[in-house]
Design a binder for this molecule. Structure first.
Ligand code: ACM
Length: 681
């Protein structure tokens, strides 16, 4: 082989290693990265210039970029605030150029090209939205070594796979003040998400001020609602970060809060009060009365003036039809108008809404249930009931986006959401039908979260969904995703997000500040129960406390995931010689189990002293038994001896007991321990 070829192979190898290295920090993974040579060293002289046809917010985001860089490096970068009309610095480190201002709308151009060389960083985009996406990438590329902070040379060419990458937040079930929304908008921008879907009305609350019908928010919101000025602030804040705000007014079901002030809109005439329970309720608007449509016309026209986005969501889900079925006037109306069922009746209602929205220049969005042959095709279906619903909508010619599989309130691991693709091959869509799939939305339904806990349910898992919707379809490596998600999670705290810091705070309160370390050891391997099991396990209600152990614990417990992975890894290469890595893995497993086991006596004391956590005593008891059994199993395996059958069945019995939730919380190391036990057979 010639020396030149060897060199070329060497370069290619370094290149590919570097490229992996770049991916190790970026989330979402960009469309393409090409490593360069050398690095751009950051010092106090770092400066930014902005040129081209940019929106005003680009100056603000460039300024934020500089402050965040300041904050992350501790280097006092001397450049003055970046503002429109500022004098350009004499020497430039980061040169920003955008061809067009761009317009915030579905399908806006978010592509950018970021080129880092040892002397200059250039960020070019077609529109201002590409610039702000690229600035987030650049910040993620920040690295450190003993010599200081730097950006490795690289060229990133990036663009999103889907144009609709959303997060639904539900301040209707549990009220969320403005600052909660703003900090989550920052989180979304960091992950290049671009739609904030606000679920503003529900059985449990009406959260938007209406000047036309003030009893909606006054009685329906019980004092907790966004004023129109606050909504304008949210919309502006989001727009300046390339995020559209799509409001949802969920009708005709899920509408109790509307009826508290305006019972005349209801199908069944009675007094209504704010719902305290969770679930699917009977109250429903009356689709047979003209008064309903006059009211909705005035209200939705008012909202159309407030929310500038071209899309407006009318909900349409989970109308159980009970009040329609029990009302003689509805039955009569259906007979007179030849309407065969409630679905058709709701389609008639939706057609009227479609007219109102169209008149106001808005495109209608609704959940699966609104799909009906009578409804025009210029709406968007949000598919929540399954991938089949998404395929059905696309095949029928509707633009559609996916939420099934992105229900982050179900407390499933990030890996589950990550592998849920909006366009799996099995759907069998044609290339034309595929074009109708706009993307998806993570849904943070509000039943089990409050302002204190919501960030810990959204972040960091939503980063995995953001990547699914932005990055190329073949970016699917779970280990890499988790590694990058861990880094991003810490960066997100920069925006005041509380998913990390509230954990310790809540644990501290549960034990009145004494024993938080012991309590954290248990909490680190515990998770809230999954898939709405919480509703079945306790007497849940909107006014119950969400400050218990279950609320402090977080989805996708990292410590448990790492333990289960380590077990799996160790057992995989268990035969053969005792090599070093195996010995180290054994040692790490032993130390981990021993650490957990030795925590127990102190933990029981902490639990005894604090009645609010008495409910988790059985969980701690199971942890003690499990870790003891785990240590025994480890010894059997290490000594390559078989465990007696009686011990195996006893040990597996302990696992079965430990799978039971207590305090609506479950232990996540059971599968790892069970794997160890099974390996002793
Ligand atoms: C829904 O989850 N009912 C849209």
């Amino acid at each position: 082989m010639s020396k030149r070829i060897v060199n070329l192979i060497g370069l290619a190898l370094i290149s590919s290693l570097l490229s992996i290295h770049t991916h190790a920090q970026l989330m979402p993974v960009p469309y393409s990265t090409e490593p360069g040579i050398g690095k751009f060293q950051i010092n106090a002289g770092f400066s930014v210039s902005v040129a081209g046809n940019v929106s005003e917010f680009v100056y603000d985001r460039a300024d934020d970029f500089l402050r965040r860089l300041n904050g992350r490096t501790g280097i006092f970068i001397g450049q003055e605030r970046i503002r429109k009309g500022m004098s350009q610095p004499a020497t430039v480190s980061l040169k920003i150029f955008s061809k067009e201002a761009g317009e915030l709308a579905l399908g806006m151009n978010e592509s950018y090209e970021l080129r880092i060389t040892p002397d200059l960083i250039s960020l070019n985009a077609v529109s201002s939205y590409g610039i702000i996406r690229g600035l987030e990438t650049l910040l993620q590329l920040l690295e450190a070594d003993p010599e200081g902070y730097f950006f490795n040379a690289v060229t990133v060419k990036d663009k999103p796979r889907f144009p609709w990458r959303g997060l639904l937040i539900d301040p209707a079930r549990h009220w969320l003040p403005v600052d909660v929304i703003l900090r989550n908008i920052d989180g979304m921008a960091a992950l290049k998400m671009n739609v904030l879907h606000l679920h503003l009305t529900e059985d449990q609350g009406f959260r938007i001020e209406s000047k036309a019908y003030p009893k909606l928010h006054e009685l329906g919101g019980e004092g907790d609602y966004y004023s129109q000025e606050q909504i304008k602030e949210i919309i502006r804040y989001a727009a300046d970060r390339g995020i559209r705000v799509v409001p949802e007014f969920d009708i005709p079901g899920h509408a109790t809060s509307w009826l508290v002030g305006y019972p005349e809109l209801a199908t069944v005439q009675q007094e209504y009060s704010i719902e305290r329970e969770w679930g699917i309720m009977n109250p429903v608007l009356d689709p047979t009365k003209e008064r309903t449509y006059e009211f909705l016309d005035t209200f939705l026209t008012e909202m159309a003036g407030l929310f500038p986005d071209a899309y407006m969501h009318i909900g349409g889900d989970e109308n159980n039809g009970k009040h329609w079925n029990q009302s003689a006037h509805i039955t009569k109306f259906k007979e007179e108008n030849n309407i065969k069922d409630n679905h058709e009746l709701q389609a008639l209602f939706n057609k009227r809404l479609h007219k109102i929205l169209s008149k106001n220049g808005k495109m209608m969005v609704g959940w699966d249930e609104i799909q009906h042959p009578d409804i025009p095709k210029n709406i968007v279906i949000q598919s929540w009931r399954g991938q089949k619903g998404l395929a059905a909508a696309a095949k029928a010619g509707y633009p559609v986006m996916l939420s099934n599989g992105y229900y982050i309130d179900l407390i499933q691991p990030a890996s589950f959401h990550y592998l849920n693709d909006p366009l799996p091959d099995e759907l069998g869509l044609t290339s034309e039908e595929k074009k109708l799939v706009l993307g998806g939305e993570a849904t943070m339904w509000g039943e089990q979260v409050t302002a204190e806990t919501i960030d810990s349910r959204i972040w960091p898992r939503t980063a995995a969904i953001a990547e699914r919707l932005w990055s190329p379809a073949d970016v699917r490596d779970i280990a890499s995703m988790y590694e990058r998600m861990g880094k991003i999670s810490i960066q997100l705290e920069e925006h005041g997000l509380t998913h990390e810091k509230n954990y310790d705070m809540m644990l501290r309160r549960l034990c009145a500040g004494k024993g938080v370390d012991e309590l954290r050891i248990l909490a680190d391997v515990a998770e809230p129960v999954k898939r709405y099991r919480r509703n079945a396990l306790s007497d849940v209600n909107a006014l119950m406390p969400y400050t218990r152990f279950v609320d402090a614990t977080r989805p996708d417990a990292q410590k448990a995931r790492e333990f289960n992975y380590m077990v799996n890894h160790w057992l995989k290469d268990r035969d053969g010689s005792q090599n070093d890595s195996k010995k180290n893995n054994y040692k790490a497993l032993f130390q981990q189990l021993n650490h957990w086991y030795s925590n127990n006596n102190q933990l029981f004391n902490v639990i005894d002293q604090n009645p609010i956590i008495h409910e988790i005593r059985p969980l701690a008891e199971n942890m003690r038994k499990m870790t003891f059994i785990g240590l025994q199993a480890l010894e059997y395996i290490k000594n390559q001896s078989k465990a007696p059958e009686a011990w195996i069945s006893f040990a597996l019995g302990i696992c079965d007991e430990a799978r039971k939730p207590y305090g609506e919380t479950e232990l996540m190391i059971v599968e790892g321990i069970a794997e160890l036990i099974n390996a002793c057979k």
